[in-house]
Design a protein around this ligand. Structure first.
Ligand SMILES: *[C@@H]1O[C@H](CO)[C@@H](O)[C@H](O)[C@H]1NC(C)=O
Ligand SMILES: *[C@@H]1O[C@H](CO)[C@@H](O)[C@H](O)[C@H]1NC(C)=O
Ligand SMILES: *[C@@H]1O[C@H](CO)[C@@H](O)[C@H](O)[C@H]1NC(C)=O
Ligand SMILES: *[C@@H]1O[C@H](CO)[C@@H](O)[C@H](O)[C@H]1NC(C)=O
Ligand SMILES: *[C@@H]1O[C@H](CO)[C@@H](O)[C@H](O)[C@H]1NC(C)=O
Length: 506
């Protein structure tokens, strides 16, 4: 029954795909599939494309692909109006005087607030109808840069923080997000919709968020580039929180240069996340991050850490790093790596459970209007609407454990202290003692190492497994090391050119 239904969906999908191709041919429209921001800006300047045409293209793609992929929760009803406005601004301004993101459509993970017609719900029905007080800090910056908010991306509901058994990419509002490469494969989470949507060309660029793996993992599984910035580099004001210690907002795009262009637009001071963004602003280089998109710089020290490399054969599978001038330091070990990778042992779980309750309650209280005002009310909502929310199937045991916490007490202090010690004596010590620029790992297994220390990471498409599911390679570094990581990631991307658009295998 289930199988038959998905088969029917697939053939419908194949048909509309063909229909679309012939339509494009007859209209002789510029194909914007796989176009980079630079391609789009060039097309704008040469009058081959308007933002309205671009938005229309993506709206059609969403209509065509999203019923199956479910990467988008909501489309902005004002997207065409915003596109017309951008086109008018282009005519009025000198060419070259506008930002790189001007007139470019962007999709935001559904836990990033927008003060417009779009809902901000973290994928949950409990937050439907809530009214946010203002745009998130990163959204204010995007609007200032002239980007067009195209809509909200789907996600693992409550960023996988409700239940241990809910599948990645599933939310009550968005349904089950699908990996566009292999529809039956894991899309990973929690920023699944952002990765699915850019991978399948339903939008130009997107934002995701990460507490532990939520940008790195879905970017890898969906064959796109994800940047998890140093915590505080991008503001979290107006983002549905889990933990101020670990949460970060970052771009998910098809190329390193697109991701860096978006990063440039969103970094910096956020009035509603003042302390963290002020501290991290010292890392922002004068002139921004695009200056590090340089090719010569692939000659760097890497550590291929066999403790965290999930695919042992990294060098042969992906690229002979040494051939490209990298100095590899092999067989290094992060102290206590097995403790770091187990959130119960490291203290990460203890800390997150308490931090989530405090930060979510404060987010909900600040809303202008909301059906729920506390974690306790969200839990009660889920119990009341258990059929709709699939609560019976997926439960809400993480919520219940979080609700049972009582602020930051002795256990929580000990846990965060332990995390700091693990970071200092682990990743930091390894990187400094061996004078390393980056830690290279296949997949997202390294996520907890980066998460508990607030460290940055960049994932780049690297390979495909035997079924055709993409595998990302992740470059991680110390806080503020984005410039180096960007150089390395860009060098790797240009040397391998591994990304292929998805073919929607069953
Ligand atoms: C936001 O949610 C409401 C239901 O509360 C719905 O009517 C509306 O269409 C949603 N907005 C968008 C832009 O989808
Ligand atoms: C929302 O964003 C934060 C980052 O600020 C992320 O860590 C978290 O997982 C997301 N939360 C939800 C509920 O989606
Ligand atoms: C590495 O990969 C090659 C080719 O895929 C394979 O033959 C070999 O067994 C692998 N080695 C290890 C140690 O996994
Ligand atoms: C993590 O550690 C806990 C406590 O020692 C243990 O019960 C659990 O099995 C470990 N989890 C994994 C995945 O190893
Ligand atoms: C901090 O971590 C190091 C390395 O594992 C360990 O030797 C030391 O005992 C820890 N310090 C404390 C006070 O727990």
């Amino acid at each position: 029954m289930q199988a038959q239904r998905s088969l029917a969906l697939l053939s419908l999908f194949a048909f509309s795909f063909l229909a679309w191709h012939s339509q494009i041919d007859t209209c002789n429209a510029l194909s914007v599939r796989e176009a980079t921001i630079q391609d789009l800006q060039n097309a704008f300047q040469q009058n081959q494309l308007t933002s309205r045409q671009l938005v229309e293209f993506y709206l059609n793609e969403i209509k065509r692909l999203n019923p199956i992929l479910k990467g988008v929760i909501e489309v902005n009803p004002d997207a065409l109006y915003l596109a017309d406005k951008a086109d008018q601004e282009k005519k009025a301004k000198q060419p070259g005087s506008l930002s790189w993101l001007h007139g470019i459509p962007i999709l935001l993970k559904d836990n990033i607030s927008t003060k417009d017609k779009l809902n901000t719900t973290g994928g949950s029905l409990a937050l439907l109808g809530s009214v946010v007080p203002r745009d998130a800090g990163v959204v204010t910056k995007l609007r200032k840069a002239g980007a067009i908010i195209l809509g909200k991306a789907s996600l693992s509901e409550w960023a996988n923080f409700r239940s241990l058994t809910a599948p990645s990419g599933w939310s009550a509002r968005g349904g089950q997000g699908k990996n566009p490469y292999v529809l039956s494969a894991d899309p990973c989470g929690s920023s699944s919709g952002s990765a699915i949507s850019v991978a399948s060309n339903m939008v130009a660029v997107s934002l995701g968020t990460e507490t532990d793996g939520s940008i790195i993992c879905p970017s890898g599984f969906n064959g796109v580039v994800g940047i998890k910035p140093t915590v505080g580099l991008t503001g979290r004001g107006g983002v549905i929180p889990i933990s101020p210690r670990q949460d970060t907002v970052g771009p998910i795009c098809r190329t390193v240069s697109d991701a860096v262009t978006v990063l440039d637009a969103i970094v910096g001071f956020d009035y509603n996340d003042a302390q963290a963004t002020r501290i991290a602003s010292k890392y922002i280089p004068y002139g921004g991050y695009t200056q590090f998109l340089k090719l010569y710089s692939f000659c760097y020290s890497f550590s291929i850490d066999h403790q965290t490399v999930l695919i042992q054969n990294t060098t042969t599978t992906f690229l002979n790093f040494r051939q490209h001038g990298a100095i590899l330091v092999d067989n290094l070990e992060i102290a206590n790596i097995n403790t770091i990778l187990n959130s119960t042992l490291s203290g990460e779980a203890t800390a997150l459970l308490a931090e989530f309750k405090i930060s979510l309650n404060s987010y909900l209280k600040e809303l202008t209007a909301s059906p729920v005002r506390s974690l306790a009310e969200v839990i009660a909502f889920n119990q009341k609407f258990s059929d709709v929310e699939m609560i019976k199937e997926f439960g809400q045991e993480i919520f219940l454990a979080s609700e049972a916490t009582n602020g930051i007490g002795t256990a929580e202090k000990k846990a965060t202290w332990n995390l700091e010690n693990l970071t200092r004596s682990g990743f930091e010590k390894l990187m400094i003692q061996n004078k390393l620029h980056a830690l290279v790992t296949a997949g997202a297994g390294v996520a907890p190492v980066l998460a508990i220390g607030g460290f940055p990471g960049i994932t780049v498409p690297a390979a495909y497994d035997s079924k055709g599911v993409p595998i990302g390679i992740c470059f991680g570094g110390l806080r503020g090391s984005e410039p180096k990581l960007i150089e390395i990631a860009y060098g790797f991307e240009q040397a391998t050119k591994s990304r292929k658009p998805p073919t929607f295998l069953p």
